[in-house]
Design a protein around this ligand. Structure first.
Ligand SMILES: CC(C)(COP(=O)(O)OP(=O)(O)OC[C@H]1O[C@@H](n2cnc3c(N)ncnc32)[C@H](O)[C@@H]1OP(=O)(O)O)[C@@H](O)C(=O)NCCC(=O)NCCS
Length: 211
C-alpha cells in the first residue's frame, strides 16, 4: 500500500515537473541575433561598351579599295550570296558604297552596296541604273547599315543623275529581309522573272521612281 502511495506521489511530482519544465529547466543560451551582413561592395561599373562607330565611303572602282578590304568584300559577298558567285566587281561600271568599322585598329568590312550605271536589267526592261551586291556582314546586321548605304546611293543618284527617274534592283522572292528593307525605302515590285541561279524561286524586279 505504501508503495502504491509512493508511486502516485512520484507520478504527480513528475507531471508537475514536466508542466514547468520550460520554466524550471536549464535555460539554454539564445543565439544573439547577428546584425545584417554589411552590403558587399559592388565593383563600380567601368567604362560602358560603346556602340561601334562605322565609317562610310564611296569608291569609284573596286580595284581602288585597299587590298585587305578587297579580300574582305569578296569573302562577305560569298557569305551573303553562297553558291551564287558575285558580280565581277572589277569590271562593273559603277560605284561601291562601303561601311567599315575599326577592329584591332584596322578598318574592317561591315556592309556594302554596289551602284551600277546603265546595267542590263532582267526580262524586257532594257538597261537602267541598278543597285546590286547589297550585303552586310553577319556580325553587323540589324544595325541600319544597309539602310544607311542605300540612302546614300539614292541621294547621290538624285544629285548626279537628275534626269534619270528610275532606280532598279532585283531580289529573290524568298528573301524577306531584303524585300522588307527595299519596301521601307520605297521600292515597289514591277516584274518577276525566273532566277537562273535558283530555278523555282522567282526573282523580283523592283523600282524606286522619282517625280
Ligand atoms: C538584307 C541585308 C542586306 C540587310 O542588311 P542590314 O544592314 O542588316 O539591314 P538594316 O539593319 O538596314 O535593316 C533595315 C530593314 O531591313 C529589314 N530586315 C533586316 N534584317 C531583317 C531580318 N532578319 N528579317 C526581316 N527583316 C529584316 C527590316 O525591314 C529592317 O528594318 P527595321 O530594322 O526597321 O525592322 C542583310 O540581311 C544581308 O546582307 N543579307 C544577305 C544578303 C542579301 O540577301 N542581300 C540582298 C540581296 S537582294
Amino acid at each position: 500500500m505504501r508503495a502504491k502511495i509512493f508511486r502516485s506521489i512520484f507520478a504527480a511530482a513528475l507531471l508537475i515537473g514536466l508542466q514547468f519544465w520550460p520554466a524550471c529547466g536549464v535555460e539554454f543560451p539564445q543565439p544573439t541575433p547577428t546584425p545584417h551582413p554589411a552590403p558587399i561592395p559592388q565593383p563600380s561599373p567601368g567604362p560602358q561598351p560603346t556602340a561601334p562607330e562605322f565609317s562610310y565611303s564611296t569608291w569609284a572602282n573596286y580595284g581602288l579599295l585597299p587590298p585587305q578590304i578587297q579580300a574582305q568584300v569578296l569573302t562577305a559577298l560569298n557569305e551573303c550570296f553562297p553558291g551564287e558567285g558575285s558580280l565581277t566587281l572589277s569590271t562593273v561600271p559603277g560605284e561601291i558604297y562601303l561601311a567599315t568599322v575599326r577592329q584591332g585598329g584596322m578598318p574592317s568590312f561591315a556592309s556594302m552596296v554596289s551602284f551600277l550605271t546603265n546595267w542590263r536589267l532582267p526580262d524586257t526592261l532594257g538597261r537602267g541604273d541598278t543597285i546590286a551586291n547589297v550585303c552586310t556582314a553577319t556580325a553587323w546586321r540589324g544595325k541600319g547599315l544597309a539602310t544607311q548605304l542605300l540612302n546614300r546611293v539614292i541621294a547621290d543618284f538624285r544629285t548626279k543623275r537628275p534626269g534619270v527617274k528610275n532606280l532598279y534592283l532585283t531580289v529573290r522572292e524568298d528573301n524577306t529581309a531584303a524585300r522588307s528593307l527595299y519596301q521601307k525605302l520605297g521600292f515597289v515590285q514591277i516584274g518577276q522573272v525566273v532566277d537562273a541561279t535558283r530555278p523555282g524561286v522567282p526573282l523580283l524586279t523592283m523600282v524606286l521612281r522619282f517625280p
